[in-house]
Every structure is written in C-alpha cells, then in structure tokens.
Design a protein around this ligand. Structure first.
Ligand SMILES: NC(=O)c1ccc[n+]([C@@H]2O[C@H](COP(=O)([O-])OP(=O)(O)OC[C@H]3O[C@@H](n4cnc5c(N)ncnc54)[C@H](OP(=O)(O)O)[C@@H]3O)[C@@H](O)[C@H]2O)c1
Length: 310
C-alpha cells in the first residue's frame, strides 16, 4: 500500500526537503497540501488542515511542517481523524504536549513520528558505533550559523516556543543524544536574548554525564561567512570530529567517512517502515535539554536584532 500524504505548512523546509524526498521514497506519495498562503501546481490544495479534513480526500498521513507553536492542535486533529502523523522538529512548543499525542496515537492504532533530521546524517550511526567502544574524556559542540541566511524573515522563530538559536541548536543536541553512550544532563546555561526579541540568539551550555564527562555546547546565530556545525569528542583514541552537521567524521584530522547528505530520504523511509509496522518513534530528549536550558539559563541582554542588517 502506498501512503497518501498531505503536507501541512508549505514553507521553506517543506519545499527544500520534504517534497523532493517524498518523490524519491517508495511507499509514499504526496497527494494534498494544506497551507494558508502557498500551494503547489498539480496537487490538491486546502487552506487549513481543518478544511482538508472536512473535505475528506483519501489520505492516510500528514507531515506537519508548520512552526512548533500550534503543532499540537494540528497533530491532535489529524490523529483523531485516523491519520498517521509525522512531526517536523522540534516535536512541539512544550515537552508536556507530546505525551497526550502519543497516547492518542496508540489508542487509534496510528503512527506518531517525531523526526530529528540531523540523526539521519550519514556519519551519525558510524560515530555512535565508534563511541560505544572507546573511553570519552569530553565533548565540545559548536553550532554557529547566520540566522539571516537560514531563517530569512521568519518571525515565529523569535516568539515564545520558536526556540531562537535552539532551533538549529536542537539539531546538535539530537545528534549528541544519539551518539553518546550515556545520557547527559544540563548543569549550567547562559542565554543571550536580543533586547527586542523573546528568544535567544546565542547560548552557552554545560552538561555532564553520569561519569562526570563534561559536554560543552556553543550555539550562536550571529556567525557570518562559513557555518560551523561541528561536534568534537575527545577520546582515548584521539579527537573524533563530526562535522558539516553530521555528514563527515574524522579522527585527529584523518577523514574516516564523508557521506552524501540525504537526511529527509532517511526520514521518509523510516516513516514508511513505522506505518507498515504499526509503531511510533518519539524521543523527546533533545527537547528536554532545551527546556532545561530555558529553566536553568541565566539571561543576558544582547544587541537588538533586525532581520535586515543596518
Ligand atoms: N528551514 C529549515 O532549514 C528547517 C530545517 C529543518 C527543520 N525545520 C523545521 O520545520 C518547521 C518549519 O520551518 P520552516 O523553516 O519551513 O518555516 P517556514 O518557512 O516559516 O514555513 C512554515 C510554514 O507553515 C505555515 N504556517 C502555519 N502557521 C504558521 C504560523 N503561525 N506562522 C508562520 N507560518 C505558519 C506557513 O505557510 P502558510 O502561510 O501557507 O500557512 C509557513 O510557510 C520548524 O519547526 C523548523 O524548525 C526547518
């Protein structure tokens, strides 16, 4: 059976990644779009998910590609309508809103998939296997990019629930929580909020694992020029670096793997598998760390941020 999928929220990520990956993935096809302002030639369009559900086209699943704020209501409506649900990252605007969705999915016998696209980067699983076998001394994460390049004029990202710099930072945390052999917990956070914004533009985090191994993370949206999406793990065998957002890995500068980026193909292959096997996949650990950072973080005021540099 081919899963008939509707995309909800036809924005940047839906166009850049979801649509091409759905087209490449056997077992799933794009059959409708629900988006207030955007549509796609040749694909039936509805202004909202409610309008789509009311029209009741033959669909089996939705991919929610809207901002995190408001995603819970969409997911609940879709599950109640008997649809499988794929959630873009982060899975919600709060941690606690996910459990009722998981419960509903289980009661309705539907799949809920909270995606973490960076976990599908090609070096993540090899690095996880490597780290399972060696002693780790410390971890340093640097996730720095230019917000104007990656999030042009996106206002939701600066609102409560939009996560600010944690929108990319949570990608790093989704990798860290996958590759390290033990869970980590936050011990200190410093968050820099632009004076005119409700979400941070930079964050410095310190975590520990149960053995006292330090994990430091620097997230910054003010970097211009080349982006930095690196994780350095100091091990007894050398410094293992996961770079380019998880597509390449090196030990002491020697390249061990450099794979082709195909994160969303991996996401849709997994979604098809989850639906076929009647299972859900929801790991909230990256979101929990972000929530902890907002809870424990010391707030600093940074320069005001405008979408267009002066
Ligand atoms: N951009 C990336 O590189 C990237 C990468 C991976 C994951 N993501 C995740 O994907 C999700 C969407 O990100 P995006 O970059 O695609 O955002 P975006 O470009 O702003 O697109 C989101 C779309 O959702 C719809 N929408 C519904 N309610 C909205 C609201 N209250 N405010 C704004 N838009 C609303 C809008 O379409 P209509 O106006 O037509 O309804 C909008 O185009 C986020 O959770 C983000 O973290 C983004």
């Amino acid at each position: 059976m081919t899963i008939r999928l509707a995309i909800v929220g036809l924005g940047k990520i839906a166009r850049d990644q979801h649509i091409p990956s759905i087209a490449r993935t056997p077992g799933i096809e794009l059959t409708s779009i629900a988006s207030r302002n955007a549509s796609l030639a040749g694909v039936p369009h509805y202004p909202t998910l409610d309008a789509l559900l009311e029209a009741a086209p033959s669909i089996d699943a939705v991919a929610l590609c809207t901002p995190p704020q408001g995603r819970h209501a969409l997911a609940e409506a879709a599950l109640r309508a008997g649809l499988h649900v794929l959630l873009e990252k982060p899975p919600g605007a709060t941690v606690s809103e996910i459990a009722p969705l998981l419960d509903l999915a289980a009661r309705r016998g539907r799949t809920l998939f909270a995606t973490w696209h960076s976990r599908f980067a090609p070096a993540v699983e090899p690095v996880r296997a490597l780290l399972a076998t060696c002693r780790i001394r410390g971890v340093r994460v640097e996730w720095k990019e230019d917000v104007r390049k990656w999030h042009p004029n996106q206002q939701w990202i600066w609102e409560p629930g939009g996560l600010g710099v944690f929108d990319p930072g949570i990608n790093a945390l989704s990798i860290v929580t996958r590759i390290l052999p033990r869970p980590i917990f936050l011990t200190r956070a410093d968050l820099s909020f632009p004076a005119n914004r409700a979400a941070p533009i930079a964050a410095s985090l310190i975590f520990s694992d149960p053995l006292g191994v330090p994990v430091q993370a620097e997230f910054d949206w003010r970097q211009t020029g080349p982006q930095t999406w690196d994780i350095h793990v100091e091990t007894e065998a050398g410094v293992l670096t996961l770079t380019n957002g998880g597509s390449r890995y090196l030990i002491d500068g020697r390249v061990l793997g450099d794979g082709k980026e195909a994160e969303y193909d991996g996401i849709y292959q997994r979604f098809v598998h989850l639906v076929e096997t009647g299972t859900s996949d929801v790991d909230l650990s990256p979101l929990v760390h972000v929530a902890d950072a907002f809870m424990l973080g010391r707030r600093h005021t940074a320069d005001p941020f405008e979408d267009h540099a002066a």
